[in-house]
Design a binder for this molecule. Structure first.
Ligand code: CAA
Length: 258
């Protein structure tokens, strides 16, 4: 059955997934999270897909977890079903590069979802925040951890305690987003970036993604050792020979993912 909360399009080797609950500013309800986890899993399994771009609308990437859906829930219920654990685990486990292209509101669970991507490209209209404190709760999809790692404790703490929003320029300065582009160019820019990644050796891309993410999980010395081993292991690939020979022969490389 096609998803009802997402629009999915192919652009060559890139899958573009659009969150599509416009009436609720793309609030993340259970159905959307399940469909997104499934769509990412499918893209991961499809050998013709090399990179995934996740976006929302001009007005909102996503305005948070669905408040209407969770307002009446009780602690025993939310604990028993372990709300958000399964789907966010599956989203985070996506192996192919995942770029979040963010315009408009990117709040609460929306900001947490964007931070689950490998990096964020923001439109100049983007506004980020973790406003859960205003609702009498705190983030539940990793916001306190990922935002703190990305922008540092002072700014993260201030945002979590006050619920204030951050504009795109501040988000870029703080290290939350990779780049800011004019809103009208957001999708073309994200697709172009994805296309550039799609041209690389997929084995090296997987290794780079894995190594960078380990920076959040490992000590510096363990992370550097892990990186060195991954680097060394790439010398067992044909793509390493092709990449380096192509450079020496002054021609573009042709990678075969071997
Ligand atoms: N959940 C459910 N519905 C939402 C929503 C959300 N997070 N955010 C917006 N909507 C709905 C509104 O209820 C409204 O629906 P109706 O037309 O049926 O009333 C519609 O989207 C449009 O929203 P507004 O009329 O409020 O639009 P606005 O332009 O005046 O304001 C906004 C935009 C500032 C983003 C405002 O909607 C807002 O503050 N939203 C909530 C943001 C928030 O608190 N997010 C955190 C959610 S909790 C969370 O995410 C927990 C977690 O970490 C897992």
């Amino acid at each position: 059955m096609p998803p009802v909360t997402l629009k999915i399009d192919r652009h060559g080797p890139v899958t573009l997934i659009r969150l599509d609950r416009p009436k609720a500013l793309n609030a993340l309800n259970a159905e959307l999270l399940r469909e997104l986890a499934e769509a990412l899993g499918e893209a991961d399994r499809d050998p013709t897909v090399r990179v995934i771009v996740l976006t929302g609308s001009d007005r909102a990437f996503a305005a948070g977890a669905d408040i209407r859906e969770m307002a009446g829930m009780t602690y025993p219920e939310i604990f028993r079903i372990n709300l958000y654990a399964d789907d966010t685990g599956r989203i985070r486990a996506t192996r192919k590069p995942l770029i979040a292209a963010v315009a408009g509101y990117c709040l609460g669970g929306g900001c947490e979802l964007a931070m689950m991507a490998d990096f964020i490209i923001a439109a100049d209209t983007a506004r980020f925040g973790q406003p859960e404190i205003t609702l009498g709760v705190i983030p539940g999809m990793g916001g306190t951890q990922r935002l703190t790692r990305l922008i540092g404790r002072a700014k993260s703490m201030e945002m979590h305690l006050t619920g204030r929003l951050m504009d795109a320029a501040e988000a870029e300065r703080a290290g939350l987003v990779a780049r800011v582009v004019p809103a009208a160019e957001l999708i073309a820019d994200a697709l172009g970036t994805a296309e550039a990644i799609a041209q690389k050796s997929q084995i090296a891309v997987f290794a780079a993604k894995e190594a960078v993410h380990q920076a959040d999980e490992m000590s510096l010395s363990a992370g550097v050792l892990n990186e060195r081993r991954l680097f060394q292991s790439l010398f067992g690939t044909e793509d390493q020979k092709e990449g380096m020979n192509a450079f020496l022969e002054k021609r573009p490389p042709v990678y075969r993912d071997r």
